[in-house]
Design a protein around this ligand. Structure first.
Ligand SMILES: Cc1cc2nc3c(=O)[nH]c(=O)nc-3n(C[C@H](O)[C@H](O)[C@H](O)COP(=O)(O)OP(=O)(O)OC[C@H]3O[C@@H](n4cnc5c(N)ncnc54)[C@H](O)[C@@H]3O)c2cc1C
Length: 387
């Protein structure tokens, strides 16, 4: 199947959910595949660690129980001293420790017979009519196609499109707070905590894991200053303390138009800008776009122009989730951009909060939630002013 001058059908850059999912699907489809990851695994990844229900269902294997923390079964929303709680009869997400989760995904990819080189950084690529050469910190490899899953801060993407502008990515800062299992359960149970008004155009969150909390703040970076002070202030206000480092990272704002492919190179996951603008969820989009990249390469007929393969990948992503990403951006713009009125409604109406929780549960599409709220928001705001 490999082209005469190419050792591989597909090289994947990055061993996060996008890269490992691309490599696993490619391995299962019989493609000669190499994955290159710059870190030694398991590695740390700044993340809330909430694996949404649709994201979990994308995996073609069960996650071992020891990788999974509590399921999230609802949320509390807080704003200016008021709060509301909504418990859901369905799970929203499973909490996972990203280091262990990503490590497991990489091992599931290797299980299919693909080659993986960790501790090797991709530096750049050269594309020509019959293949791509990937240059790394340790050598160079030839492949028919390259899938880039290098996350939101990679550099290879710059060979395909311009750098994201400040309005095209969100900045987040996260800390792990060790509490112990009993205290986590007593204080948070299976509920996520969302606090509005802590950062402009964003929120602070607390996700309960088995023995610790993932606490973070994040929002559209063009509106963010002093993220560290905001997170330490938030932790203190909650009576929480983190002895570990505070880790900052970026999440692309999904729903923006981005160029994501050349003839033989495709971007997946965060590198492609596939993350939800309202929830910051990106693991599911990373998994699915990685799978789609491998499927497009495997479906390429002999003699087919390479650009048809990358176009087929781009079209599959558009078909499966472009509209959701765009609608999530509209939802985020509605709720963050209404001078606090959206936050006011979400922190007073269990019904409105519950509607937004249908998103991570996969029970409503972002467009449905957007339309539901856009119609009702003015009346709900009026109702909340009377109280
Ligand atoms: C603070 C924070 C909280 C979040 N919380 C959630 C959440 O609760 N739920 C959720 O669904 N999403 C969450 N997200 C988003 C989610 O983390 C990302 O969308 C997801 O990790 C994207 O996966 P990926 O595989 O595209 O990239 P990544 O997970 O970033 O993986 C990229 C990999 O590529 C490697 N790499 C980078 N450059 C190179 C190179 N040059 N050569 C070789 N390897 C390279 C990196 O080491 C890394 O292992 C959060 C993000 C942040 C910042």
């Amino acid at each position: 199947m490999a082209h005469a001058s190419s050792a591989y059908d597909l090289i994947v850059v990055g061993g996060g959910p996008a890269g490992s999912s691309a490599a696993r699907r490619a391995g299962l489809l019989g493609l000669r595949t190499l994955l290159v990851e710059k870190e030694a695994f398991p590695r740390y990844k700044a993340c809330g660690g909430a694996l949404s229900e649709p994201a979990r269902r994308l995996l073609d294997f069960e996650l071992p129980a020891e990788l999974c923390g509590p399921r999230i079964l609802g949320a509390r929303a807080h704003y200016r001293g008021r709060s509301v709680e909504c418990r859901t009869p369905f799970p929203l997400a499973t909490t996972i420790a990203r280091g262990a989760f990503d490590d497991y995904l990489l091992r599931k990819a290797q299980e299919t017979g693909i080659e993986a080189k960790t501790g090797e950084r991709a530096i750049g690529f050269t594309e020509n009519a019959d293949g791509v050469e990937l240059q790394t910190s340790k050598g160079a490899y030839r492949t028919r196609f390259l899938a880039v899953g290098e996350g939101s801060q990679g550099r290879l993407v710059r060979q395909v499109r311009r750098k994201d502008r400040p309005t095209e990515f969100a900045a987040c800062l996260v800390a792990d707070v060790e509490l112990g299992e009993e205290a986590v359960t007593a204080r948070y149970g299976h509920l996520a905590d969302i606090h509005f008004g802590v950062v402009p155009l964003g929120y602070a969150w607390v996700f309960p894991h088995r023995r610790h909390l993932a606490v973070g703040v994040g929002g559209l970076s063009s509106g963010l200053h002093g993220l560290k002070e905001r997170l330490t202030g938030f932790l203190a206000a909650q009576g929480l303390r983190s002895d570990g480092p505070l880790r900052a990272h970026t999440v692309p704002v999904g729903g923006k138009r981005r160029r994501n492919a050349t003839a033989r190179v495709v971007m997946c996951g965060d590198a492609a800008g596939f993350a939800d603008a309202w929830t910051a969820e990106g693991i599911g989009y990373a998994i699915r776009s990685g799978q789609l990249a491998a499927e497009a390469v495997a479906a390429a007929a002999p003699g087919q122009a390479a650009a048809e393969t990358s176009s087929a990948y781009a079209a599959a992503c558009r078909r499966e989730f472009s509209r959701d990403l765009r609608d999530s951006l509209r939802l985020a713009t509605l709720l963050h951009g209404s001078a606090g009125l959206g936050y006011r409604v979400l922190s007073r109406s269990a019904k409105a909060l519950g509607k937004t929780l249908e998103l991570p549960a996969g029970r409503a599409a972002p467009g449905q939630v957007f339309r539901w709220l856009a119609w009702r928001l003015p009346w709900m705001v009026l109702g909340s002013l009377r109280r």
